[in-house]
Design a protein around this ligand. Structure first.
Ligand code: UDP
Length: 325
């Protein structure tokens, strides 16, 4: 079995690669353009015969087509991610997310190669109707607020995948990730937990955006990759959109306080207006929590690693990375 992971050098992709390496006999192809991914993320795997790492871009058909055609299944995780990156580079982000996904699906059609499509809880937008179920309406802001370009692109990705499933009987499973976090995630593109942990370990102020009452449901990457793998290998999940998340929301203020406690840091918390953090038109989902009943009905379980465990895993990793003075 040859399995392709696009975005295989990224945060979730590298954890999925490790999971496949440990739990299956698959040969593993990793494709990444290293725009946000990093070869270091898979350095523990690439010396093995079962793993091949290729640098390339999913928007280049000459690159992606032959790789998909060689593969028996595809986890399509290559995407421009991170709110910061989306608002900084909206055009490049949209091209990666739209053209890349269409290329993968089109290349998979002839052999009806199963494809997992990584989508996002960002699709639910500003809805306050938590918890969010897959069949709920989406509430997005205007196109002038660049943040929403990501949700729009991912919605098209989902629609494309569902259309390929309907028209070509392509086995597709679509997972909507809810704030996946864990070791190896970089804070460079805005993700809150690595940023707060690094700030706390440096005894610098934790930068809470807005008033900090907004909530998120953080999901351990180990849970997310297991769900990802199981969804693609479960025929009942094909042609379906399914939330992947832990139904345990926390406010960003509470998150900052807990990180300070767990690190024993002397840091303070500082609140920064969104306009300063991103740009003038910035809009922020206030609440985000998955309804996991569909995931549970499909797989018989849902992610439930508690927040302290997640934070301790990340803190431990970052502490090891800090060079002693
Ligand atoms: N956030 C924050 N400080 C930071 C980075 C992010 O307060 O340094 C907030 C952000 O405004 C959001 C939450 O943390 O409310 C989660 O942000 P992230 O970018 O990790 O994920 P999002 O849910 O926005 O995609």
């Amino acid at each position: 079995m040859l399995t392709l992971i696009t975005g295989g050098g990224g945060f979730i992709g590298s954890h999925l690669a490790t999971y496949l390496f440990d739990e299956t006999e698959d040969d593993i192809l990793l494709l990444d353009d290293f725009s946000t991914g990093n070869p270091e993320n898979v350095s523990h795997l690439i010396d093995h015969d079962r793993v091949e790492l290729i640098q390339g871009d999913v928007i280049e058909t000459g690159t992606i087509e032959p790789l998909v055609e060689r593969s028996d299944r595809v986890f399509h995780l290559a995407a421009a991610v991170g709110v910061q990156r989306i608002v900084d580079e909206p055009l490049r982000s949209m091209r990666t997310n739209l053209v890349g996904t269409e290329n993968v699906l089109e290349a998979a059609v002839d052999d009806r190669t199963p494809v997992f499509i990584a989508s996002s809880s960002e699709l639910y937008g500003k809805s306050e109707d938590v918890p969010f179920a897959e069949s709920d309406d989406r509430v997005l802001g205007p196109t002038s607020s660049l943040r929403w370009s990501y949700a729009s692109a991912k919605a098209i990705d989902e629609s494309l995948a569902l259309a390929y499933h309907r028209d070509h009987d392509l086995p597709v499973a679509i997972g909507r990730y809810f704030n996946i976090v864990g070791p190896r995630q970089t804070g460079q593109y805005g993700m809150v937990i690595p940023r707060f942990v690094e700030q706390a370990l440096a005894n610098e102020p934790l930068t809470v955006y807005g008033d900090g009452t907004q909530t998120r449901s953080f999901t351990h990457v180990a849970d997310a990759v297991r769900a990802t793998y199981e969804l693609l290998t479960t025929p009942e999940a094909h042609g379906e959109v399914i939330n992947i998340g832990a139904p345990d929301p926390t406010s960003i203020n509470a998150l900052a306080e807990r990180i300070i406690e767990l690190t024993g840091s002397d840091s303070d918390i500082t609140h920064i207006p969104y306009e300063e953090a991103y740009n003038e038109n910035f809009e922020e989902p206030q609440q985000r929590e998955p309804d996991v009943s569909k995931l549970e009905a499909t797989l018989g379980w849902y992610p439930s690693t508690d927040l302290d465990r997640i934070l301790l895993d990340i803190i431990e990793e970052r502490e090891q990375a800090v060079v002693p003075e």
